[in-house]
Design a binder for this molecule. Sequence first.
Ligand SMILES: [Mg+2]
Length: 233
Amino acid sequence: MRLILFDIDGTLLWTDGAGRRAIHRALLDETGTAGPIEGYRFDGKTDPQIVRELLTLAGHPECDSEDRIAAVCRRYVELLTAELAKPTQATRLYPGITDLLAALEPYEADGRALVGLLTGNVQHGAALKLRSAGLDPARFPIGAFGSDSHARADLPAVAAKRAAERTGRRFTGADLVIVGDTPDDVACARPMGARTVAVATGFFDTAALRAAEATHVFETLSDTRAVLEALFA
Ligand SMILES: [Mg+2]
């Protein structure tokens, strides 16, 4: 059985900056600074990592306070809810995602696959973004989130443990496939020997994802048959 774990932002969907705006406001509300957020890259990072790094870059005295970081993340979820509810909000799924998720259903039904999430989003934020794009969070019965660890590299083991608890099977090495849009998604797979399917729908092009040594690289996930072949290779 394959454990197939999807990243969210840049891989399944794009919130058109709603996540960035919500973190920006949450930092200002809770700490009075968002640091050098204008030129700062979010992709590949976990939400608490983003908060910690921006507070550190700002020289904020509470940059290492778990309580302060958690408070910013809670405020972020409130603000994200409001951002995603705006009539102007345009969350979109990337090409091929709807078809790919539908094509995976028979694999899940007969036990060849278990589909889940591996994302830097805190869990509640992940659910908000999925719903905003018309996806039911329950579509992904396994998940590892930024709320589980600041470090993305910790998340494959979290997902594998939850998958084992659910199925009674062990997931190791090539049983895991991580689907993501950044070199950080590829790197987090390495400690467990997981395979990676990297997609250039985010800010990294196929050359950058190949250089990161992704197992498979796609421009988009729209060629369902080719992506399935890669997932079950
Ligand atoms: Mg991403």
